[in-house]
Design a binder for this molecule. Structure first.
Ligand code: SF4
Length: 321
């Protein structure tokens, strides 16, 4: 079995209506927020797919639907040939679920401060009655910490070390797919690089597949095999890192890249992204990016662009060439 992931037409709508009495008094109808809309992508086994976008782009919602924390309103997530939301064979679904783990952004919040590191790491295995003999010590070594660290408490570690402990815990149940939601954004830049290198080495050594979720394009450049750029819940561009960084096709990808720091252009003036993400409850008609787009034309305000192939890239823009 492989950790091959296929996402088709993935959509998640939240009911964000006020309580019934408020709606009656204020004469308002129900309100719905489309956090993710018709998203398609595929993650090949043993590769890293990165989802990039500003906050509110829907990337974390997609991650949660992938690991089964949220169910899709429409569309499918198929992992190892199993659609987790619809699979009737509970044992088959449980087997696939046990092959998926998640690493969160904040290593301070995701470790129980009262537990020793050993108990934190082995808990996913111990709760299923698995063998935990020297498991924590072995995993701590694998993530670059010392086996004796197993007897310590989380507060005795730095942010980077804590994220290594989170990674060790995620590895304890021998997953094939790991969803990493902003795994380094709470860390210093130098520590970020160490944690990303560790994740990259573990992927090669253990044959892992990653979905990497981040707002920071620079994080994914050297780690991703394929990058999907999200805007207001929709994929607007998908490409391999080289193509995306050398020749971004979508104006939003260009804006994100202009805002990203670059080692080869030290001293360059960084242009921050302009404009605000529109209200997702009432998104703009046509292309949702048109109020911020420097080259928007009439058609952009009327017609929503569909994803279309352009060389090795896929892009949703009327004017991309
Ligand atoms: Fe800009 Fe139009 Fe392309 Fe949207 S479709 S990104 S508004 S050019």
């Amino acid at each position: 079995m492989s950790a091959h992931v296929i996402v088709r037409g993935l959509t998640r709508i939240f009911d964000v209506s006020k309580p019934w009495l408020n709606r009656v008094l204020e004469r308002r109808g129900k309100a719905f927020l489309t956090a993710v809309s018709e998203v398609d992508f595929e993650i090949e086994e043993r590769t890293t797919y990165a989802l990039v976008g500003e906050s509110g782009s829907g990337k974390s919602t997609i991650g949660k639907m992938l690991v089964g924390l949220l169910s899709p309103t429409e569309g499918d997530v198929e992992i190892e040939g199993v659609d987790l939301a619809r699979e009737r064979d509970a044992r088959r679904a449980a087997t696939v679920r046990s092959n998926i783990q998640m690493i969160f952004q904040d290593p301070y919040a995701s470790l129980n401060p009262r537990w020793r590191v050993r108990d934190i790491i082995v808990e996913p295995v111990a709760s299923k009655g698995g063998d935990t003999e020297l498991l924590a010590e072995r995993l701590l070594e694998q993530v670059g910490l010392h086996p004796t660290d197993a007897g310590k408490f989380p507060h005795e570690f730095s942010g980077g070390q804590r994220q290594r402990i989170c990674i060790a815990r995620a590895l304890a149940s021998q997953p094939r797919l790991i969803v990493c939601d902003e795994p380094t954004s709470a860390l210093d830049v130098s520590v970020q690089a160490q944690v990303l290198n560790l994740m990259s080495d573990l992927k090669d050594d253990l044959g892992l597949t990653y979905l990497l979720i981040t707002h920071d394009l620079t994080v994914v450049r050297h780690m991703a095999d394929r990058i999907g750029v999200l805007y207001l819940g929709r994929l607007v561009e998908e490409a391999d890192p080289e193509t995306l960084f050398e020749a971004p096709k979508h104006p939003y990808s260009q804006m994100l890249l202009d805002a990203a720091p670059r080692m080869d252009a030290f001293g360059r003036e960084v242009v921050p992204p302009t404009g605000e993400i529109p209200d997702p409850i009432d998104p703009p008609k046509g292309c949702a990016f048109h109020p911020r787009c420097p080259i928007a034309a009439d058609i952009c305000r009327k017609e929503r662009p569909r994803m279309r192939p352009l060389g090795t890239t896929k892009v949703a823009c009327h004017l991309a060439e």
